[in-house]
Design a protein around this ligand. Sequence first.
Ligand code: ZN
Ligand code: ZN
Length: 404
Amino acid sequence: MKVMLVILDGMGDRPSGALRGGTPLEAANTPNMDYLAENGINGIMDPIAPGIRAGSDTAHLSLLGYNPYEVYTGRGPFEAAGENIELKPGDIAFRCNFSTVDETMNVIDRRAGRIRESTHKLAEVLNGMEIEGTRIIFKESVEHRAVLVLRGEGLSPRITDADPHRLGPINEVRALEKGAEKTAHIVNTFVRKSYEVLKKHPVNIERRKKGLPPANIVLPRGAGMVPHLKSIGEKYGITAGAIAGVSIVKGVCRLVGMEILEVEGAKGSAESDFAAKVRAGIKYLDSGDMVLINIKAPDLFGHDGDPAGKRAIIEKIDEAMKPLKEILDDAIVAITADHSTPCNVMDHSGDPVPLLIAGSGVRTDSVSDFGERSAPKGGLCRVRGNDLLNILLQLAGLSEKFGA
Ligand code: ZN
Ligand code: ZN
């Protein structure tokens, strides 16, 4: 059998007064997910460990069977991988903003007026530079965002951010441990060079003429080292694909060796074509063993603190889950979240997430609806995210026996 893993990003939540004491998932009308819960086995899951507030990147690593405490040093590499930059183990990667500074290096706009046009022209002049034997790989991303990769000897991710995360003077990057001084120095040099080159770039001369803030500096943050990873294929002996709208999740899946499936209409937002993602996932299983589908929208409503919006988007997502009821003879279907993003917290919390697993041969339980407080009454009780893939592959008959 095959494995279909659907991750509803940040879906887990807490009871809300605005929803008469229900969570958005509990309050939502979700006949399709309820059917899968009723015909499957249910529980709650700690994406990393009980009480740990997981990021989407660290949580996805954990759900895919990796130990984020071993392989994760910062989000930079996963952002870069999500932007299709070819990475090598040992590369140091950062996410960056194009920002606006004045002549005294004071940040006056962290996002350079949310610049949309021509950032590829700005990136071109920075990409390919060398600083003291370290190669600079630089690529624009959406709007004011970009990624920076340092490739060379003796580099470390243990440095501070150049981005001050507020208006005011830019940060001088510092080493956080011995041996990271060289990397800090290279990043500081890169930031200064970016200012020298970008301040006189035609794109910025044009922006000034129009009264727009020039994108005259690049401010890196979130340094991380590209880890040495055993691919998911080597680790589990499976072929796996992933469908995700947001680049950080794509990046995680790409770095663990999953095939990234581009689906038209997958936007990583509430306007995403959820049904198209599910259709593409089912189609991939014709040849692949496992597919992961990430749907970002619930997380966005959690961050916005909008329980009614979250309930509505969960209902829309549920409609897209309908075809999953038809594949239960051929696939183990799991629906869960990568972490909770409670509307009253407006950020990720350490609350466990609901998990349902359905498919031929699965032991069922008495749970008949999908929700944070119904799920733990089911047969899975409480599991760790790091065990999820083993549980699913075993049910699908895709795992090796340990021992005689
Ligand atoms: Zn997430
Ligand atoms: Zn989030």
